[in-house]
Ligand binder design. Structure first.
Ligand code: SF4
Length: 426
């Protein structure tokens, strides 16, 4: 098995130098192609450099085998075609295209997670030919990070395989899974089709607590076996835990890192539960409330030389703050449901169009009109009370989600304009 290990702090300067040297020919090429934009390209390059340094200071780059380094869950590995095309877009444009796209391919799932953002029940999925075309549309828009999810994508394995096959190397392609029904042979077939890695959900280090949270006995063991199987195929694995923001402590993070080390995860991603989907009424007000998560926890754990063989720990709880990346819903991030509804984020249950009615690019341009850039305020949290009200007054509760375009557009128009988070200023 190829080793998956953290890059020590002492080697960071050398790694940074190699990455800058790799970027320079791309910058030179962009300058040659667009000489009239030289100042803009230079300023965007400085922004890129600043951002990469900020990320590197908080995380631990993870190295898989000899040549693949991953700095962040949501940024493609280096070097790769996906990171190169992302870098070129970042040098060319001030606005942010949808680099992180989650594409649901089914609403089916055997679990009943208390916080599930896709709680709306089963709808008719996109016909396979439309799904395959859509993958190309997604890649043409940007999408250097393509996350195939659901429901649970592995319960429609042939559809998952066809979706992975449809994506080319412009995207780093992930399967967002609970592992249900996946076996080593299926994982190998996904790898051969071009899948980069598995993002596997485990929401507690206590097997019973996890099983209870997802409503399925044995779910913890299924997830653990799945992570181990991905690693045996020399693939990258993320252990993805959704917990209340108040529970993101040093002790809890270290617990997930220990579990991740024992089973082979490269990253531990701790996602704060936000007011979307079933969480709106399935979780308590205190669980959905934002807290100040100290990034020092992550810096310390990722820097600790004694934890070099542990996975890197990361959380949107400190990345989505106004002094960092802010909320990238609808700017850098996009979600498409299994039936084709386009939302700004998996955790914002507003549909701005459906890909059965219009090309994705048309919907994206409309969304870009509502949300032209990343936001200092979190859209999901701003919309939380409204979602709560809508869901509670509906007899079918979650069946109304996502809200249809007529309602969604009205809500988005009213959203107060927002400051630009620090990272995005030129
Ligand atoms: S709406 Fe914004 S803050 Fe909330 S999860 Fe999505 S990107 Fe993050």
């Amino acid at each position: 098995m190829e080793p998956l290990i953290g890059v020590p702090r002492a080697r960071m300067a050398a790694l940074r130098a190699r990455m800058v040297l790799w970027t320079l020919p791309i910058v030179a090429d962009e300058l040659r192609r667009r000489p009239g934009q030289a100042i803009g390209i230079w300023r965007r390059f400085r922004r890129m450099y600043r951002t990469a340094n900020m990320m590197a200071a908080l995380t631990k780059p993870m190295k898989l085998g000899d040549g693949c380094i991953k700095m962040s869950v949501y940024v493609p590995h280096w070097p790769s075609k996906a990171i190169e095309s992302r870098a070129r877009r970042a040098l060319r444009n001030d606005f942010v295209p949808p680099e992180q796209v989650t594409l649901a391919i089914t609403d089916e799932c055997p679990y009943r997670c208390r916080h599930c953002s896709n709680a709306r029940g089963r709808r008719e999925p996109l016909p396979l030919p439309r799904l395959i075309d859509l993958v190309k549309e997604i890649q043409d828009l940007g999408a250097s990070w393509l996350n195939i999810g659901g429901g649970e994508p592995s319960v429609v394995f042939d559809r998952a395989l066809a979706t992975v096959k449809a994506a080319d190397e412009r995207s780093e392609t992930w399967l967002n899974t609970i592992g249900f029904g996946l076996d080593p042979d299926k994982i190998k077939r996904l790898k051969d089709a071009g899948l980069f890695g598995g993002r596997v959900s485990i929401h507690s280090c206590d097997p019973n607590a996890h099983d209870e949270f997802v409503g399925y006995p044995g779910a913890f063991n299924i997830a653990v076996r799945t992570i181990e199987s991905f690693r045996k195929q020399d693939m990258f694995v993320i252990l993805s835990a959704a917990i209340p923001e108040s529970a993101i402590t040093e002790e809890a993070t270290l617990g997930f890192m220990k579990l991740g080390r024992d089973i082979g995860a490269g990253f531990v991603e701790i996602i704060p539960i936000r007011p979307a989907g079933r969480a709106v009424i399935g979780c308590t007000h205190a669980e959905l409330k934002g807290h100040h998560v100290k990034e020092d926890i992550f810096r310390r754990l990722n820097d600790d030389p004694d934890l070099l063989d542990y996975p890197a720990a990361s959380s949107p709880a400190y990345l989505e703050t106004p002094d960092r990346f802010g909320c990238v819903a609808g700017s850098e991030r996009l979600y498409i449901s299994a039936s084709g509804d386009v939302q700004p984020c998996p955790l914002v249950n507003l549909a701005v169009g459906n890909v059965m009615d219009e090309p994705l690019e048309t919907i994206w341009k409309r969304l870009h009109g509502f949300i032209p850039s990343p936001r200092a305020q979190r859209l999901c949290s701003q919309l939380g009370p409204l979602m709560d009200e809508q869901v509670r007054k509906s007899p079918g509760a979650f069946d109304i989600l996502p809200l249809p375009p007529s309602q969604s557009n009205e809500i988005l128009v009213k959203m107060a304009t927002c400051d630009l988070p620090k990272v995005w200023s030129l």
